[in-house]
Design a binder for this molecule. Structure first.
Ligand code: SAH
Ligand code: SF4
Length: 382
């Protein structure tokens, strides 16, 4: 049986090389060929002995995910749909900005958390992605984008686990993928430029703090348990009095960092001035006055079954102003890729109807390349 080398972080590759009777430095060479140069064939790896290349051909492969479709937005955002088998598909989004290129990665096909305002949540859970399927999204995007954008240097500077799925529910596959992103022989991303976003799996937040303290975003969406229980059902199991101390504790392992709280603005549900005041009280209660978090307000991106509406811009402004006046750094996330349904919470992968969905979608969604993409458009920083 051949193994897919995309599944291995450097440690895993070293063990694999040992089984082949090879020294540790061969693993480094292989890892660099795969992740830095985007090699798919062992014959490309010219500094490996021919005998080793032959051995690799019979025992291993480098198999990325199959692209079902690619959509390019007028603002330069690109969304890919990848086939992950059994009628499941996941989405990955590239968001170009002046000074960075961000890739938004999926960690599960579907999601079991069932948040009210999320299209992925409404579709239900199919399965966890493997490490190779997670890193495969970065591998594909980086090595597709370099020639596409005519760049020799690295294109993706930031990775956010904000696509489909709850990353911390897929913890054991997630951590090796994070290590590959941070590894200097891999993608060499700094710890602060890799963000795990979670709806609040408290025990896994504690574990991540110790094992791989990358940047942490927490999907808060409500200032009290009653409302959060309704919007994010996981809150019933892990209420705010568990979640917020876990966030504060995380910063002991990620000093000089802050927690980003995401807050999806829902008209008439969680966006009143009273909610904002309550939020300020909550943040000051747990952070005892010091700056330990920032808020990212996201305008709700609607989808048909939600029955919810996006807050009015004036309401979002008032809400943001109240937080900022209380000394809490607050940004309003600019929606990107609107025209291609690539915005937060709209990633559904269309897996609902499992009958040959991938084939059906490939027919329906023709690949749309716009003649000119604007990669230098001004956007608000998140
Ligand atoms: N499961 C993780 C990461 C994926 S969701 C989490 O919940 O954090 C990424 C972000 O998109 C989360 O902050 C989530 O709350 C937000 N989101 C989900 N649905 C949304 C929608 N319809 N409109 C705006 N933001 C949404
Ligand atoms: Fe899952 Fe995140 Fe969507 Fe909630 S918001 S259902 S945790 S993907």
């Amino acid at each position: 049986m051949t193994v897919n080398l995309l599944d291995y972080d450097l440690g895993g590759l070293a063990v694999f090389c040992e089984h082949l009777g090879e020294k540790h430095f061969r693993a480094v060479q292989l890892f660099r060929w795969i992740h830095q140069k985007g090699a798919r064939q062992f014959d490309e790896m010219t500094d490996l002995a021919k005998a080793l290349r032959e051995k690799l051909k019979t025992s291993a492969c480098i198999t990325p995910l199959r692209v079902v479709s690619q959509h390019v937005s007028v603002d330069g955002t690109i969304k890919w749909l990848f086939d992950v088998g059994d009628g499941n598909a996941v989405e990955t989004v590239f968001i170009p900005e002046d000074d960075r290129g961000t890739l938004c990665i999926s960690t599960q096909a579907g999601c079991a958390m069932g948040c009210r305002f999320c299209a992925t949540g409404h579709q239900g859970f199919s399965r966890n992605l493997t490490t190779g399927e997670m890193i495969g999204q970065l591998w594909f995007a980086e090595h597709f984008l370099r020639p596409y954008l005519k760049r020799d240097d690295r294109v993706i500077s930031n990775v956010v686990m904000m696509g489909m799925g709850e990353p911390l529910q897929n913890y054991s596959a997630l951590v090796p993928a994070l290590r590959m992103m941070l590894d200097d022989h891999g993608y060499g991303l700094s710890r602060r430029r890799v963000t795990v976003s979670t709806s609040g799996l408290v025990k896994k937040i504690d574990l991540l703090a110790q094992e791989c303290p990358v940047a942490l975003a927490v999907s808060l969406h409500a200032p009290n348990n009653a409302l959060r229980d309704y919007l994010v059902p996981l809150n019933i199991k892990h209420p705010l009095e568990q979640l917020l101390p876990a966030c504060v504790n995380y910063l002991r392992y990620a000093p000089r960092d802050f927690i980003t709280f995401e807050y999806c603005m829902l008209d008439g549900v969680n966006d009143s001035i009273e909610h904002a005041r309550e939020l300020v009280g909550l943040i000051h209660e747990y952070g005892s006055g010091k700056i330990w978090c920032k808020f990212n307000l996201i305008g709700f991106n609607p989808f048909p079954e939600s029955g919810l509406r996006r807050s009015k811009p004036a309401q979002m402004f008032e809400f943001a102003k109240l937080l900022m006046d209380a000394g809490i750094t607050t940004t309003v996330r600019k929606t990107r890729g609107d025209d291609i349904d690539a915005a937060c919470g709209q990633l559904a992968g269309d897996v609902k109807d499992r009958t040959r969905v991938v084939e059906r979608m490939a027919r329906q969604r023709m690949v749309t390349f716009r003649p000119k993409c604007q990669f230098d458009s001004k956007t608000e920083k998140v």
